[in-house]
Structures are given as C-alpha cells and as structure tokens.
Design a protein around this ligand. Structure first.
Ligand code: SF4
Length: 347
C-alpha cells in the first residue's frame, strides 16, 4: 500500500479514495474567468486543483483564488525554481516540480527545506514530453522515466522529506503503465496517474481509460488527472466515470443501455440521450443508482433485474421494472417522464 500524503486538507494514498485532480485552463490574467473555472471544478468534484505558475505575479492570482475556493491548490512549476518558493509563500498546498527542468541539487534542497517548514506536498512530475531524444521501445522510455523520478526522490529523501507524490506520464498507454509499475516496485509514494497529451476527445478518453484503468485495476494509483484536449470540466467528468466504472468510487446514476438492433422498435439512442440530460439536471440524482434502458425484451428484463430500476421497450410501449417486478407500463413518448418519477420514488 502507498503511504499517506496530505495536500492541505486532502489526504491521498494509504486507504484514501483515489483523488480527482483538476487543472485550470484559463490564462491567469483573466482572473474572473479563472475564479469561475475553479469554482466549477470544485462543484464538479475536483479534490485538488492544479494551476500553472509561470511568473511572479501568479502569486497574487493564487492568493485571490484561495479566497474563492476551498479545494487545495497545487502550483505547476517549470524552469524557475524561485517560483516554487513564491507559490508556497502564497499559501498553496502543493507544488509540482519537473525533474527535467529543475535539477540543480542546491536549488532543489532550498525548495524542500521550505516545503518541509510549510508542510507543503511536492509532486515529482516526469513527463515524456520533456525528453529531447527518441526511445527504442515503451519499456526503454519507462525505464528512463523511472530512473529520473527515482534519482529525484532520493534527493528529497536525503533532506528527510517524504510528503512526495509522483507522476510518470507519457502520451501513450504502454509506457505510462510500465513506468508507473516500475516505479511502484521501488517506492511506495502515492502515484498521480494520467496519460498526457492524449489527443482529440474520443482518443483521449480511450487512452486515459486504458492507461489509468490498467493501473487502477491492479491496485496502483492514488490520484487521477485525466488530460483531454477539452474543457477542464469534461476532464473531471471522465475521471469520475473511470473511477466509478472500476468500482472504486460512486458519484452518479449509472445508465445501462443496449446498443439497439433490428429488434428495437423505438428511438432508443434519442431516449437514452434525453434521459441522461434530464437526470443530470437533478441534484438528488447524483446518487449511485443503476438504471437500465433496453430496446426489447430479449435482455431488457435481465438487465433491469441487475439494475435498481429498468425500462424495457416493446412495440411503442415500455415496461418499467423494479428488480423482477413490472411497476408500470408506459408509452414511448411518456417513458422518460415515467422513468424519472419511478427512479425518484425508488431512492
Ligand atoms: Fe437488440 Fe433487444 Fe439486445 Fe437491445 S436488448 S440490442 S434491442 S436484442
């Protein structure tokens, strides 16, 4: 089991749930928009929020953000080690250091002394994008990343520092999995998982789900940051689904729906899409209830039985089941309304 590390009020590692990390995408000069984005991420379920810390004046912006949200903030630092000191001085609960661009031992030690005094967590974040060379195989890349992270962690350990989180991310599934596995064989610091620079939306979701899914299923990973070429809100939504579908956390109602086929006599794709939108609007439905919506009676009753509540369609009509009992017969155009009502009553 990994060791426990606190990022402000949020603990990760040990027996803690896998934490969801969000990332602010708004340029820091657009302060109002940035605050709104942070508040949205907080509402959506981010438990730690990362902010790019690029220059001195970001310290002021971080201070403003800290007044508006309660979620711990982590400063993402590159190149300029002094920014790490400024971020900690601004009250940020965590910093991310990139071993590929902050590597002078005396500077690292200065940062760590300050982190120790202020009880700030340090994420050692190795990203394949920082390498300026080619690798022969995913394993070669994973080995190199593990070596760099390990050497860096040892410098931190020499200073008696252990509030360490490690991330090893590449833009590819196999090397990400291998690097995290290799690192976890040597150290038990919490791992923040993620596949980075994943590409367009669909590709990003698939790569992320595979990369972090394999690791999480094997019991590795203490925090998750899904990286998509999409909004930061969408990243949180995908992260929550990955964790829920692996049975690690529960956030929202799960819709089980069939792919439809020649047996289906209703427009199931539209019905499911509409039902999903309706249920997402209702706050009390942010409960882990399973709802099956099936196109016909072949698998309908069976899926409905395994769900908490289900709807199986026939010819323009549907039967709403609660476990193996039919509780209502509904018409196609009434089905969404009736199902919502029955789900509400079943909660
Ligand atoms: Fe086809 Fe019925 Fe299966 Fe849906 S549940 S895919 S409609 S057989």
């Amino acid at each position: 089991m990994s060791r426990k590390v606190n990022v402000g009020k949020v603990s990760l590692g040990g027996r803690n749930p896998v934490r969801i990390v969000g990332m602010l995408k708004t340029p820091s000069k657009e302060i109002k928009k940035l605050v709104k984005e942070a508040q949205l991420l907080e509402r959506e379920g981010a438990e730690i929020i990362r902010i790019a810390f690029k220059e001195k004046k970001d310290a002021q912006i971080a201070k403003i953000l800290k007044r508006e949200i309660t979620t711990p903030l982590v400063a993402d630092i590159h190149f300029n080690w002094k920014l790490a000191l400024l971020a900690m001085d601004a009250g940020l609960e965590g910093i991310r250091l990139n071993p590929l661009n902050i590597y002078k031992k005396n500077k690292i030690k200065e940062i760590i002394t300050e982190a120790k005094n202020r009880k700030v967590a340090v994420r050692v974040g190795v990203n394949s994008g920082g390498f300026k060379k080619e690798f022969n195989s995913p394993l070669d890349l994973a080995r190199e990343m593990t070596k760099i992270a390990s050497d860096y962690v040892k410098i931190l350990e020499e200073e008696g520092f252990s509030d360490i989180i490690v991330s090893l991310k590449t833009s590819e599934v196999r090397s990400t999995v291998l690097a995290n596995r290799l690192f976890s064989q040597r150290f038990n610091y919490p791992l923040q998982l993620g596949v980075t620079a994943t590409g367009p939306y669909l590709e990003g979701i698939v790569k992320s789900s595979l990369g972090v899914g394999i690791l999480l299923f094997q019991g590795l990973g203490d925090a998750l940051r899904v990286s998509l070429t999409e909004s930061s809100r969408e990243e949180i939504r995908v992260a929550k689904r990955i964790l829920q579908f692996l049975g690690l956390r529960n956030f929202f109602p799960e819709i089980i729906s069939c792919p439809t086929c020649g047996r289906c006599k209703v427009d199931l794709i539209k019905i499911v899409e509409k039902f999903k939108k309706e249920i997402e609007k209702i706050d009390e439905f942010r409960l882990p209830v399973k709802i099956a919506i099936m196109g016909c009676i072949v698998n309908g009753p069976g899926e409905a039985y395994q769900a908490d509540i289900g709807l199986a369609f026939g010819e323009k009509r549907g039967a709403i089941f609660k476990k193996n009992r039919i509780i209502k017969i509904t018409k196609e155009n009434q089905a969404i309304k009736d199902l919502l009502e029955k789900v509400r009553n079943a909660l």
